[in-house]
Ligand binder design. Structure first.
Ligand code: NDP
Length: 322
């Protein structure tokens, strides 16, 4: 088998395609032949050392493929089953081993590439819109990085829940795309004053919830955009972490609630994982969720994929095809 490995933390070029021994499943695991592996911004934090951990290590967390071997305790899956997953270390590979409990069946008729494209980012958009802040009719949400992988899916799920969506992005091309998938208002944060525009669009009140995945560059703006007793859901840090701050800032901005959620805590049991991913798969299969594949890359070109996602120029999903 082949996989992408790093022996040091650093830029995209630390990733190497290596040949490894065939995987043998542990008793609760399955081995899957990977049809497509998802590239996520989170993978760049792992590669650059932002998440710590031991070296050498294999990269990637998400994918979809076909089960080729099962451990002796596995009752729920069999060879030939089509599955997807959002947390299997070493998914940038031809084969990956993961606990059967972390593999979710892909419904018949749903393409494996599409399943790989939405397992992690769709699961994330689902918990953000349904659980971290369960959007309701007439809620107003501000979504940063709205044309990105999670962002595009979050805009669409928020709309399906009846919310009014104000989307922020960096270029007019991205703004057009976000409008196309249903955002009510789009702000180009490079050319417009985001706080002034949000206040204008909300009669001076601010939004009920801000979904902020950019962090360092946007957090202060997010605080100013939330309404009194609104919520900031800080779920990523594409521009770097928010510097330490005094919690009294939340009171000064109108008794705000701040949460910093993680997908693992919203898919902690097999039933919750399956519920979220099947909800997402069903929407994709029914054509209710528009999925855009930005590009497909051979495994050997993982570094190019990381350069692209870190450049901030991508729209939608990047996939590695082993
Ligand atoms: P994206 O496809 O959204 O790519 C990142 C986007 O962030 C860019 O396209 C760009 O959009 C924006 N951005 C703003 N500032 C920068 C910067 N300095 N460098 C690069 N990009 C920047 O990636 P993903 O969909 O994979 O992930 C989105 C975010 O969600 C990430 O922060 C990730 O860590 C987080 N995440 C969190 C999870 C959780 O459970 N907490 C799970 C999954 C993802 P624009 O040009 O529009 O500003």
């Amino acid at each position: 088998m082949h996989a992408i490995q790093i022996t040091e933390f650093g830029g995209p070029d630390v990733m190497e395609l290596v040949e490894l021994h065939r995987l043998v499943p542990a008793e609760d695991d399955v081995v899957v032949e990977v049809a497509a592996a998802g590239v996520n911004f989170v993978d760049t934090y792992v590669r650059s050392g932002g998440r710590g951990g031991d070296l050498p290590r294999l990269l990637g967390a998400e994918g979809a493929g076909t089960v080729v071997d099962v451990g002796s305790n596995v009752q729920t899956l069999a060879v030939g089953d089509r599955v997807a997953w959002a947390r299997a270390a070493g998914s940038y590979a031809t084969h990956v081993a993961l606990p059967a409990a972390d593999a979710v069946r892909v419904p018949d008729g749903l393409d494996l590439e599409l399943a790989a494209a939405v397992a992690l980012q769709g699961g994330t958009a689902h918990y953000l819109s349904h659980s971290s802040y369960p959007l309701e009719d007439d809620d107003v949400g501000l979504v940063w990085a709205a044309a990105g992988g999670v962002g595009r899916l979050l805009v669409q799920m928020a709309k399906r829940r009846g919310a009014r969506v104000i989307a922020c992005t960096s270029t007019d091309e991205k703004a057009d795309e976000v409008r196309r998938i249903g955002a009510d208002e789009v702000i180009n944060y490079r050319t417009d004053d985001v706080v002034a525009r949000v206040k204008e669009l909300t009669d001076g009140q601010g939004v009920d919830v801000v979904y902020d995945s950019v962090a360092r560059a946007t957090f202060e703006i997010s605080l100013d955009c939330a309404r009194r007793r609104g919520m900031i859901v800080l779920y990523g840090q594409a521009s770097g972490p928010v510097p330490p701050f005094d919690l009294n800032v939340l009171a000064a901005h109108g008794s705000l609630t701040l949460c910093r959620p993680s997908l693992g805590d919203y898919t902690a049991t097999p039933s919750e994982l399956e519920w979220r991913l099947h909800a997402v798969f069903d929407q994709v299969a029914a054509g209710q969720l528009d999925v855009v594949i930005h590009d497909r890359y051979p495994l050997a070109e993982a570094a190019r994929a990381h350069r692209d996602i870190e450049s901030g120029t991508t729209v939608g999903k990047l996939l590695l095809i082993p």
